[in-house]
Design a protein around this ligand. Sequence first.
Ligand code: ADP
Length: 527
Amino acid sequence: MVGSTQQKDKEIQQLLEEINNLKEKLYEKELLFSNMLNGMIAGNWDWHIPKEYHYISPSFKELLGYQDYEVPNSPDAWPMLVHHDDLQAMVNKFNEHVASHGSLPFDHEARFIHKDGSYLWIQTRGEVVEWDKKGKPIRMVGNHANIDYIKSSKIKVQEIKQALVDKTKRYELAANATGFGIWELDLAKMQCIWDDNMFGLYNLPIQKTPDHQTWLNNYVHPEDRHLIGEVIEKVLQTKEKCGIQFRIIRTDGQIRQIKSVVLVKLDEAGHPYRLMGSNIDITKELELERQQIQSHQLKQKNKELEQFAYIASHDMQEPLRTVKNFAYLIDKQYRDQLDDNAGRYLQFITDATTRMSNLVKGLLDYSRIGVEKHLSEINCNKLLKNIQADLKTLISENNASIQFDYLPIITAYPTELRVLFQNLIVNAIKFKKKKTDPVVKISCQILNNYWKFSVEDNGIGIAKEDQEKIFIIFQRLHQNNTSKGTGIGLAHSQRIVGLHNGKIWVESEIGKGSIFYFTISHNLFNS
Ligand code: ADP
């Protein structure tokens, strides 16, 4: 019992102490407040309205840099002292106060002009204290408070706020334009806040941000989860920003590559309390980069292959020539000593070496395509006339006719274009129908970005299933019994067309002839 009374006393004593403390605090605050007010009050005024006498305290005049006598004690002082942009509003306030018979306060903030031309923000408060019987104001008293510091601070705060709004807007615009997602992670609660773009990256509806662990378990690729822990550890240790690349799994199942920069925020004691970061989806860029590397590697490999083919075919010519020469010498010098079989075998050797020599030569030409290419203007009519002249023997032996309409002048690689036309014309004659004189028609169509040429013949034609095969190197449908050839011509032609950013294809029917089409880009200067 005694114990519980003592306990109560102690509690009461404690409460009293607390009340006293609070009172003291309140007193301190009140004192501070009144000091502040006194400090702000810069003067007072007393206006006898009908007498047009207007007392303005010298201390206020002094605040504005004037001696007492320099400012008249009359309402005329106002237009002289108040910034002219603020004067009308002040007059309006006064009129409202009078019209409401004092129920609307006269309380106005305006810029007052200092003698030196600068201005100060002054709060003017007043009240009509005497009215006549008709309700007209007779006397009004009030005071001025120097609120310049407060007002400037307010303006400063406003400016800072505006700058913040502008910056935020700019950030939002930039973030939206670049697709950056911004996140923050509260380290104490391990809770995240995402901006809208972050939800977009994960294909999530904009809602509550998933907490860190949920995000890690559901949206980060399992093989990359350890990277997140590592980067957080690194940032916390070094307190410097770190970059990281990891894969995420979106809600639609797509796996995307994300690049993130992580920053740490430190409190006043220098302890990390928050992580911030930007995320961007770089999947497309990586894919592009991968394709570029692949295409570069492919080009490199092709170059090496071409070089190999060139060297191999070039070096093969020499031993071939030797075989051919010695076969010739044996035939010439030892003919009498050889029987018929040996003679036939020698002939086989000569034929085979000739054929091989042609193949090797074809390969050599093929590997040289585009090596020393120079673009120039080509008059296709002239070019075809020259080819016709070169093929004079073949044409007359086969009683062939080469026909072409008026062909354009184009920009192309001259040597290569010549080989291309020649290959197609030679084939058109070579693969003629029995007992039919070959007729080869060449024409050209202008399309949007291409010239489309056609070389048409009335030859044996090509079966549908062979129409793609024939462009593969060494592919021949008709072996040497009917025509001579190496099977390189069309592969060669395809590479030449490729060099001109074009395509080559054939439309044909067995027994009815073929039309070979190829295109040449109008704009080869940028390729
Ligand atoms: P080649 O003419 O040396 O055999 P090509 O690469 O020029 O080699 O042609 C490949 C094959 O395509 C030829 O062997 C032939 O079977 C077929 N071909 C090409 N042009 C024609 C054509 N105008 N008419 C029919 N077949 C053709």
